[in-house]
Write a protein that binds this ligand. Structure first.
Ligand code: PEP
Length: 260
């Protein structure tokens, strides 16, 4: 039985897609339908250039905006990077950290995440920490070990007691952008395992931390995945670019929330 404190959350990760004008157009098509989503939280993660404007556009709704990356330092000679304070100033509610594309394409390390997660929390940003295994690791039955290692390393800089606002996204790398989603049982098993690992860090907080599933979530598969007891919502890439598809996924989360 899921914890009632874990209000479902559906987040749209637009990656390097949508100009400010396109983000505005998305909001124009999405917000009316989203008004009925009173049992879930909805977060849009646009490119940094659209963050402030999109945040302003949805400011009269319950929708929040989040960034896709952040540097751990307060300021300094880090060309191209953005600090937590800059994201807060731009209106961000949270920040996606450790997405597999950042880990694989841009060399994001667990050591950097161990600094980024507490820096985000200290600034009042909700970290949406992404973890997940490669296909080879799953085939080698190393999924649980990989998830345990990532959770331990990425949260190493967070004081027990400070973990409460954290959101985790279980994103098996083989499911991201491939059209091949994890089965509901695979998602449930991995997320339950992650919750157990979080409990080693902070037993009290772990029961209330929202853990999302991400990886080829679509309107057609959202409901069955989000019915699983430990799945507290979804982080959606490709299908979040279309306001109608994303609304359908949010509605599936809203219906699943009704069953909780
Ligand atoms: C993602 O990039 O976080 C993601 C889950 O992408 P997709 O939904 O396209 O698999």
């Amino acid at each position: 039985m899921p914890d009632q404190a874990r209000r479902p959350l559906v987040a749209a990760n637009w990656k390097m897609q949508k100009t400010r004008a396109e983000a505005r157009a998305f909001a124009g098509s999405f917000v009316d339908g989203a008004a009925e989503l009173d049992a879930i939280d909805v977060v849009l993660c646009p490119p940094a250039t659209a963050l402030a404007e999109l945040g302003g556009t949805v400011s009269t709704t319950a929708i929040e905006v989040a960034a896709q990356n952040m540097h751990e330092a307060e300021s300094g000679a880090f060309t191209g990077e953005l600090s937590a304070a800059m994201l807060v100033e731009a209106g961000a509610w949270g920040v996606v950290l450790g997405h597999s594309e950042r880990r694989q394409l841009f060399g994001e390390t667990d050591a950097a995440l161990a600094a980024k997660v507490p820096a985000a929390l200290a600034a009042g940003l909700v970290p949406i920490l992404c973890v997940g295994e490669t296909e080879a690791e799953r085939d080698a039955e190393a999924t649980n070990a990989v998830l345990a290692r990532q959770i331990e390393a990425d949260l190493a800089g967070v004081d027990p007691g400070a973990l409460g606002p954290l959101v985790v996204a279980y994103e098996p790398i083989w499911a991201i952008g491939t059209g091949r989603n994890a089965t509901p049982k695979q998602a449930q098993d991995a997320i339950a395992h992650i919750r157990g690992e979080l409990a080693k860090h902070d037993p009290e907080a772990a029961a209330g931390i929202r853990i999302l599933y991400g990886g080829s979530v679509k309107p057609a598969n959202a409901a069955e995945i989000m019915q699983e007891p430990d799945v507290d919502g979804a982080l959606v890439g490709g299908a979040s670019l279309d306001p109608e598809d994303f609304l359908e996924i949010c509605k599936a989360a809203q219906r699943a929330a009704g069953g909780r």
